[in-house]
Design a protein around this ligand. Structure first.
Ligand code: ZN
Ligand code: FE
Length: 264
């Protein structure tokens, strides 16, 4: 089995119009047996997306069309590749009830899903920490520095693992070290290995799977996967289940780092 469990789609408002078929054909060409399309789910209605274009998640009106198209493609390609219909769900502190309600309604239509932290909350403000390095550095200053920002990130990931989001809660935790995205944009030396290991153990303990995500490799201020290789080795050493995720937002991102990561 060769799987990419984290692929975005033309329904991503901050992505590219690359077609479903292009992703699928490329996946087949590279001998993937399973792929999951995991578009950013609509954010809770009462949540005010902090990104300038408010484009972090797909529009709620588009959700049924997204699922319908995937149902057709899944059938069409069923002898060539197994396509999972999925979503990437944002875990947002304080919105647990709304997220659970969403999952209760839409969860039954999904084959796969990822739970990710992109938004952090601190003193009355939410921030999308992976939006830009300027936004990341500004928010770090507000919370008391880079280390404090890392601490807040891991505390939020921990909450996401422990949150009761009902029976359709995703079983995979998305890129749990996303806070490294701008690690080369500040001059601080952060050693968060123990924090990451604790998160990985907590995932194992609560039976979640790791989204071993190659997207960070192509980010100029990150240059490592989420999590870094030595922590991925740790994850394997404790028997944590994982699924590779390209997090592709464009066809060219698909498969790009697969062979770099899985050399054997
Ligand atoms: Zn995205
Ligand atoms: Fe994500």
């Amino acid at each position: 089995m060769k799987k990419d469990g984290h692929i975005h789609t033309p329904f991503c408002p901050h992505g590219t119009p690359d077609l479903f078929e292009e992703y699928i054909e490329k996946a087949i060409q590279h001998h993937f047996t399973h792929i999951s399309f995991t578009e950013h789910a609509p954010l809770p209605i009462l949540f005010d997306d902090t990104t300038p274009d408010k484009d972090s998640g797909m529009k709620v009106e588009q959700l049924q069309e997204y699922i319908k198209q995937l149902q057709q493609l899944k059938l069409h390609y069923k002898n060539k590749i197994h396509i999972n219909i999925g979503l990437e769900i944002d875990y947002i502190s304080g919105y647990e009830k709304e997220i659970s309600n969403f999952l209760q309604i839409h969860g039954p239509q999904l084959d796969d899903a990822i739970l990710s932290v992109h938004f952090l909350y601190y003193k009355g403000e939410y921030c999308c920490v992976d939006y830009s390095k300027e936004e990341y550095l500004r928010f770090a200053e507000k919370v008391g520095g880079i280390q404090a920002l890392y601490d807040l990130y891991y505390a939020t990931v921990k909450d996401s693992i422990l949150a009761d989001l009902g029976e359709y809660k995703p079983k995979r935790i998305g890129h749990p070290t996303l806070i490294h995205k701008f690690q080369l944009a500040h001059n601080e030396q952060i050693n968060d290995d123990e924090q990451v290991k604790e998160i990985l153990r907590l995932m194992k303990q609560h039976d979640y799977e790791l989204d071993f995500n190659s997207a960070g490799l192509s980010k100029p201020f990150c240059q490592e996967p989420y999590p870094a290789y030595h922590l991925f080795d740790y994850a394997k050493s404790i028997g944590l289940r994982y699924t590779f995720g390209s997090d592709a937002h464009t066809v060219k991102d698909l498969h790009q780092y697969y062979d770099t990561i899985f050399t054997d």
